[in-house]
Ligand binder design. Structure first.
Ligand SMILES: NC(=O)c1ccc[n+]([C@@H]2O[C@H](COP(=O)([O-])OP(=O)(O)OC[C@H]3O[C@@H](n4cnc5c(N)ncnc54)[C@H](OP(=O)(O)O)[C@@H]3O)[C@@H](O)[C@H]2O)c1
Length: 332
């Protein structure tokens, strides 16, 4: 018998998510059926959206207490009943928060082992694709423009900012605390950083974006979105990637003042997207991201927490802003 530890989403959070919302369960590893593959998880991704799935339906159905917690992972095939996979293959998919998963072959992606596993779950995975398409296809930055990126020290934000720099833009990032501000400038080449926890966003944006904002890559929603709209230039673009400031609560704030007012008067295009919308073009984006990484034109920021038992606390830490870059847990 192979032991399979699972984190169960046990109790709906009334406010901030934490270990009290999860139970650790030990069961037997599942038996793969025809067309399925048994995978041993090696790395699990932590994502802000996990919290939103606990609250209600988003772009996917709501999770319910009793479900294995949902999440993306990377792992190794241990047994295959599907033609395209063999033991030892490196694969990713929605494994859930568990050590073993039996998944239908069509829900798995096989990876080239020349890449580092942690890069496959970050800059060369969903994180990188989100930054790539959200910045280039939705934001459409042009050389010389000013680009603002929120949650810029995080997984998507750090890559989105670097892509805007490669597009020849003046790039400003927002994050929490002076250390993280310094880090995004020194490590990723942001031109300026704003510590949003100091308040007075209008004054900070005016100083960091003296020529206004042409593209706002919005990871946070909330106050930052409201302040960015006030500073946007005519014909600006807001790429709505996520609203992390509104996930970790049972009562999200209403949308910002200025919609649709500023959109009309400033002719702003504000567009939401989900990375899966671009899935048929992922090979193009993966190739570009891998090339930039190899050439040293972008840097990967990976924050690895050791130990499957730390999944719930790592998720809570993400909302406290403790991660730098892509947060993931090494499962063993
Ligand atoms: N559209 C898509 O297809 C897609 C795909 C993936 C991710 N996303 C979205 O992209 C955004 C970033 O996700 P990620 O995976 O890259 O996570 P991440 O940025 O690595 O981690 C989340 C970060 O959000 C910040 N944060 C937490 N609470 C906040 C608050 N109340 N106000 C402002 N900032 C807060 C924290 O950084 P600070 O220290 O800076 O506060 C934290 O490090 C999320 O909104 C996510 O939902 C969208």
């Amino acid at each position: 018998m192979t032991r399979n530890r699972q984190w169960i989403y046990a109790r709906k959070p009334n406010a901030e998510v934490g270990p009290a919302n999860f139970d650790l369960r030990e069961t037997e590893a599942p038996q793969p059926r025809a067309g399925e593959v048994l995978v041993r998880t090696t790395l699990l991704s932590l994502d802000p959206a996990s919290r939103a799935w606990m609250q209600g339906a988003t772009y996917r159905s709501q999770l319910n207490p009793g479900d294995v917690m949902a999440g993306w992972g990377l792992g190794e095939v241990v047994e295959s009943h599907a033609e395209k996979f063999a033991p030892g293959d490196l694969v990713s998919g929605e494994f859930g928060w568990q050590e073993y998963a039996a998944l239908s072959a069509h829900r798995l992606t096989k990876h080239d082992k020349r890449h580092k596993p942690e890069h496959l779950l970050s800059v060369l995975g969903i994180t990188g694709l989100t930054a790539y398409f959200g910045m280039l296809d939705v934001g459409r930055p042009r050389p010389g423009e000013t680009v603002l990126v929120s949650a810029a020290a995080g997984a998507v934000g750090s890559v989105a900012g670097q892509i805007a720099k490669l597009s020849g833009c003046h790039v400003v990032g927002t994050t929490r605390g002076r250390d993280k501000c310094k880090w995004i400038v020194d490590e990723f080449g942001f031109d300026a950083a704003i510590d949003y926890s100091e308040g007075n966003l209008d004054r900070a944006l005016k100083a960091a974006c003296p020529r206004g904002i042409d593209v706002y890559f919005d990871n946070t929603g909330g106050e930052m979105l409201a302040a960015a709209l006030r500073r946007m230039n005519v014909f600006g673009r807001v790429s709505c990637c996520g609203a992390v400031s509104q996930y970790d609560t049972a009562s999200p704030a209403p949308g910002p003042f200025g919609v649709p007012g500023f959109l009309v008067t400033k002719r702003i295009r504000m567009e939401g997207f989900v990375v899966m919308d671009f899935y048929n073009r992922r090979a193009q984006a993966e190739a570009a991201l891998a090339r930039w990484l190899e050439e040293g034109k972008i840097k990967a920021a990976v924050d690895i927490v050791e130990g499957f038992e730390n999944m719930p606390s790592a998720l809570a830490d993400m909302f406290a802003g403790k991660n730098r870059g892509k947060l993931m847990v090494r499962v063993g």
